[in-house]
Design a protein around this ligand. Structure first.
Ligand code: GSH
Length: 252
């Protein structure tokens, strides 16, 4: 059976799973959810609140890191695991760390700017996969979705400020680690590189992204400008150019 990815399009944790599926050339079906309503589907599928969820060989996997590991265990396709055990350990540690703090910080920054400056632009991109009827319902309830997300993601100026400081500190660390090299663990593209390049995409907005971005409002644009001069920003663009393959999605 063809694997099925339950996903949000404009989401960096979901991008990790898509990138791994595409990298390994695993034909898969994608089922889109609407942000906010996706928790209902996620609950039904796996008693959890978050996506991505991948249905793979009769199992449901509900964490992006576990999805990558399962695809690696299953074989074919180019490996995302460094061959050297110490480098593999390092790559996984970096992934775990980025998933825990960096991912949520980037999401808070991105959604905060969109909600406070251009909420309709974000809503209109979020509802691209929805039917006209679903879009109507969604738009009517959007004030509530926005409020609920604001609470659960702590979209407050002081929290956003701290998120930006932590993101800056993480990028300092990453740049030091990269040094003169091209990759974060070993000397080829691994799950560590994929994780960082996927988790920063909402800010970098590389053209290889497979879906639509909302236009960045001025506050988000000036934050992008702050980061643009950094090595890590150009590095993320480069990872997308070199290593983000075409989609392996199939009709389902
Ligand atoms: N650690 C999870 C994080 C996934 C995650 O946070 N997904 C977000 C979308 S970016 C989500 O579904 N959030 C809904 C919620 O937390 O209620 C992973 O790596 O898969």
């Amino acid at each position: 059976v063809t694997p099925v990815l339950y996903q949000l399009r404009l989401s960096h944790f979901n991008e990790k799973a898509r990138w791994a599926l595409d990298h390994k050339r695993v034909p898969h079906v994608r089922r889109d959810a609407l942000p906010g309503f996706h928790t209902v589907t996620a609950m039904r599928l796996k008693r959890q609140q978050t996506m991505p969820i991948l249905e793979l060989d009769g199992q449901r996997i509900g964490e992006s890191a576990e999805i990558i590991e399962a695809l690696e265990d299953r074989g074919p396709g180019p490996s995302l695991r460094p061959a050297d055990p110490a480098e593999l350990r390092e790559a996984r540690e970096l992934e775990r760390d980025l998933d825990e703090h960096f991912g949520p910080d980037v999401r808070r920054i991105f959604i905060y700017h969109m909600f406070s400056e251009a909420p309709e632009a974000l809503r209109d991109v979020w509802t691209i996969p929805a039917s006209a009827t679903a879009r109507g319902v969604y738009n009517a309830g959007f004030g509530f979705t926005k409020f609920a997300a604001g609470q659960s993601l702590r979209l407050k100026p002081d929290a956003v400020k701290r998120s930006k400081e932590r993101v800056g500190a993480t990028l300092d660390r990453i740049e030091a680690k990269l040094g003169e090299g091209d990759y974060l663990a070993g000397d080829s593209f691994s799950l560590a590189d994929l994780t960082l390049a996927a988790l920063l995409f909402p800010i970098v907005q590389p053209p290889e992204f497979q879906y639509t971005y909302p236009a960045a409002p001025p506050g988000l644009e000036s934050y992008r400008d702050e980061l643009r001069s950094r090595r890590a920003f150009g590095w993320v663009e480069e990872m997308w150019r070199r290593h983000r393959p075409e989609s392996a999605e199939v009709e389902g």
